[in-house]
Design a protein around this ligand. Sequence first.
Ligand SMILES: *Cc1c(COP(=O)(O)O)cnc(C)c1O
Length: 505
Amino acid sequence: MMAEDTKFIGTPKKATTHVNQNEGLIFEKSSPGKKAYRLAELDVPAIDAASLLGASARADLGVMPEVSEIEIIRHFTRLSTWNYAIDLGMYPLGSCTMKYNPRVNEAVAALDGIANAHPYQPESLSQGCLGIMKLLQDCLIEITGMDAITLQPAAGAHGEFTGILLVRAYHEGRGNARKKILVPDSAHGTNPASAAVCGYQVANLKSNAQGMVDISELERMVDEDTAALMLTNPSTIGVFESDIHRIAEILHARGALLYMDGANMNALVGKARPGDFGVDVMHLNLHKTFSTPHGGGGPGSGPVACKKILEPFLPMPVVITRADGSLGLDYNHPHSVGRVRAFYGNFGMFVRALAYILANGPDGLRQTTEDAVLNANYIRAKLSGTFDLPFTTPTLHEVVFSDRLQAANGVKTGDIAKRLIDYGFHPYTVSFPMIVHGAMMIEPTESESREELDLLIDALQQIAREAAENPELVKSAPHTTRLRRLDETAAARKPVLRWKPPVTD
Ligand SMILES: *Cc1c(COP(=O)(O)O)cnc(C)c1O
């Protein structure tokens, strides 16, 4: 229940998202005959749709809004201000690595020969584009310490699927696909899902008190039916698996492989290479570690890197250097798992990731890692005490608190996250990882300045005070947004994805 007298009493130091009350919908603005364009007089004979398209021409075009140019411009511009974006402020969404997308990446990706390249262009005219792919592959192989790579998968989860297909093909090649994949209880939900989609049973591996793999539990569980362990390193609570060599040894001794979920590579680039610590196959999220946009900002990219033993199974085609020194696409891979994506993957993202890698250089990438870890540890140091820290193991690029202290007053992680919106920030990650009850997972990335981190820390400290003094204020947040608290379950279960004209009689 929301108390009657709750008012927004916080004093945000940041401007909150712009709220425009003039929010009539474009269909309500519509009136017959208005147009947002004017076409030149026809100078060819008119032809109607039916004679062009025959029976497939639609007689009923449905209801379309009729508005003027300024109305349509204002409509879309207004909609754009209802969103939060990394270009507006910090996005401390743990596990998602919401770093800034440098504009120089966009400038490079927009170059004519790159943006307008066609996937069916002949190899001889595509040497530049193939060169971009080859150089990116070489950089990622160097960064991960692996032997071979495919750039095809379109996201992290798609990379997991591809990687586990390689694992399966490898075991099948040795006469037995094996039955199960081990997944720690701290894993991202996509890990067990990917294993299951590839036809494996998922066995849940318990974490120890430090939030790491329990070695004796692992030894007990790995058997002749185990195809692989899917491990996130650093783990989802931001902790490096200090026994990673031992973990790899235990698996390899029983013929099983080590898959690494590389979504957290922002903590390792330039510092440690999975190929050197026993990983057989892994994916990278270019849209996390290598600064290409996420989701609505652009398609993702989840390259999969592997050791020599898995190379024959990589998706085709692969970029190769031909005898005459030119680059080409090789489709002749008899043991390949096939294609996982149309054409070659999300090429525009390769360009952006390579621009980021080359702009930073080896020392810059290492600095990026150090800054990401420093920022997370700064937040950890400043907020420990204000919020409960369930794992005190040293953390790398992200930190997981819990709502335990505030929950005593009825204020949960979701409430604190909603209240953070009033202070002008995107919420942190709520209730994940599952091994932490009431998790508040914060990942600042290296993009943020000390000043921005201080604003976030200040906001969270203020919210903790509010939780103690006026819990209703936090529990009924957000107060400054266009819409108040939404029914998130209904939004997920019964999404309304398409506008339908109101029924009039
Ligand atoms: C983001 C993430 C994934 C999934 O990546 P998508 O690109 O969103 O499919 C998998 N594992 C971890 C640990 C992640 O953080």
